[in-house]
Write a protein that binds this ligand. Structure first.
Ligand SMILES: O=C(O)COP(=O)(O)O
Ligand SMILES: [Mg+2]
Length: 222
């Protein structure tokens, strides 16, 4: 895949553009604390953060979707997370420079996440990214979420860029699947929430990136 013809870079949010793991793990421990349970170590929770509330509740309480208590715990988890979206969540180190480089080169960039709008929009605003992103498409913006291509196609439409002229950068297999289905080049971000034993090189991405700055190199902007 060539960077020639790339006019827009779309980014996944959690695990790619921002590190929200400390706040998601912190929320799991808030719920444990409410029940008099000791906190779980961050190192144990972080590898499960890619599975969102499901991963956090599985680790914290041993529950899974379909269990009697799961839905109530998930609602409580999401309400608690919403209270502290930006306590310790940050843009990944090196990523501001990547966004600066993309903008300086006259390329556009946007966000396509499975995180719901109620969480995404305050986070994106709070981190100062809102006025800069050409589009922010969330898990509930279109009828289908990733790995369906629809959110990526919606972002391309909003940015007035043909899907073939976009690339998608993400830290999960479903990001690569969505990008391919949308007809976009795919770049897999290895700095994100890669679960234990996950084989990122088996996802079928066009390019593997080991750190944010590698994206600037690939775009030939560094
Ligand atoms: O919150 C989620 O479900 C995952 O979000 P992401 O798509 O930005 O990684
Ligand atoms: Mg992600």
């Amino acid at each position: 895949m060539s960077r020639l013809g790339v006019r827009a870079v779309l980014f996944d949010l959690d695990g790619t553009l921002i590190d929200s793991a400390p706040d998601l793990a912190g929320t799991a421990n808030t719920l444990r604390e409410r029940r008099g349970l000791p906190p779980l170590p961050y190192e144990r929770l972080r590898p499960l953060v890619g599975s969102g509330a499901r991963g956090m509740l599985g680790a914290a309480f041993g529950v899974a979707p379909g269990d009697a208590t799961f839905d109530d715990l998930r609602d409580e988890f999401l309400a608690a997370y919403e209270q502290g979206l930006l306590h310790r969540t940050v843009v990944f180190e090196g990523m501001q420079a990547v966004l600066d480089g993309i903008e300086a080169a006259g390329l556009r960039w946007g966000i396509v996440t499975n995180k719901a709008e109620r969480f995404t929009l305050p986070v994106v605003r709070g981190l100062g990214l809102h006025g800069r992103a050409g589009a922010v498409v969330c898990g509930d913006t279109t009828p289908h979420a990733k790995p369906h291509p629809e959110p990526l196609l919606e972002a391309a439409r909003r940015m007035l860029v043909a899907p073939a002229d976009c690339v998608y950068v993400g830290d999960d297999l479903r990001d690569v699947q969505a990008g391919r289905s949308a007809g976009m080049g795919t770049l897999a971000a290895a700095w994100g929430y890669l679960g234990q034993g996950e084989a990122i090189d088996a996802w079928g991405a066009d390019v593997l990136l080991d750190r944010p700055a590698a994206l600037l190199n690939w775009l030939e902007l560094a």
